[in-house]
Write a protein that binds this ligand. Structure first.
Ligand code: AMP
Ligand code: ZN
Length: 126
């Protein structure tokens, strides 16, 4: 197989030691509130608001920066899943945010969107 083909496939493989891939595979417990073919939503273990959910793709993407144009339908799906999760949590106001890169506070290298609500949220964030 030419090197280029490996480079196409590698980012799509499940990552053995990725925390959120392990949650997807149920190797680590989580309080899951939604699951479908492409997405998982579960409660953040250190909630920063009365509602603090993480919306993730099941497919491993290291961050939003690791996504490609081909991921656009998946990224759109995640936004719809987040909107429905906010509705289920009865949130009329909420924040959906991804920390992309260490400098932005990313600590888990698997794309995730924080869905925060249930208290006043200040802007700009720190
Ligand atoms: P970030 O710092 O933006 O990468 O966000 C990572 C988030 O994952 C943090 O809010 C953590 O509290 C959360 N987190 C870490 N480990 C777990 C876990 N095992 N289950 C649920 N949430 C977790
Ligand atoms: Zn992963």
């Amino acid at each position: 197989m030419p090197g280029g083909a490996y480079n196409d496939i590698l980012p799509k493989l499940p990552m053995a030691d990725c925390l959120f891939c392990r949650i997807v595979r149920r190797e680590i417990p989580a309080q899951i509130v939604h699951e479908d073919e492409q997405a998982l939503v579960f409660k953040d273990i250190t909630p920063q608001a009365p509602t603090h959910l993480l919306v993730i793709p099941k497919k491993h993407l290291g961050s939003l920066s690791a996504s490609t144009d081909g991921d656009a339908p998946l990224l759109g799906h995640l936004q719809r899943v987040a909107s429905r999760a906010a509705e289920s949590a009865k949130l009329s106001s909420f924040r959906l945010v991804t920390n992309n890169g260490k400098g932005a506070g990313q600590s888990v290298d698997h794309l995730h969107y924080h869905l925060l609500g249930g208290r006043p949220l200040e802007w700009p964030p720190g």
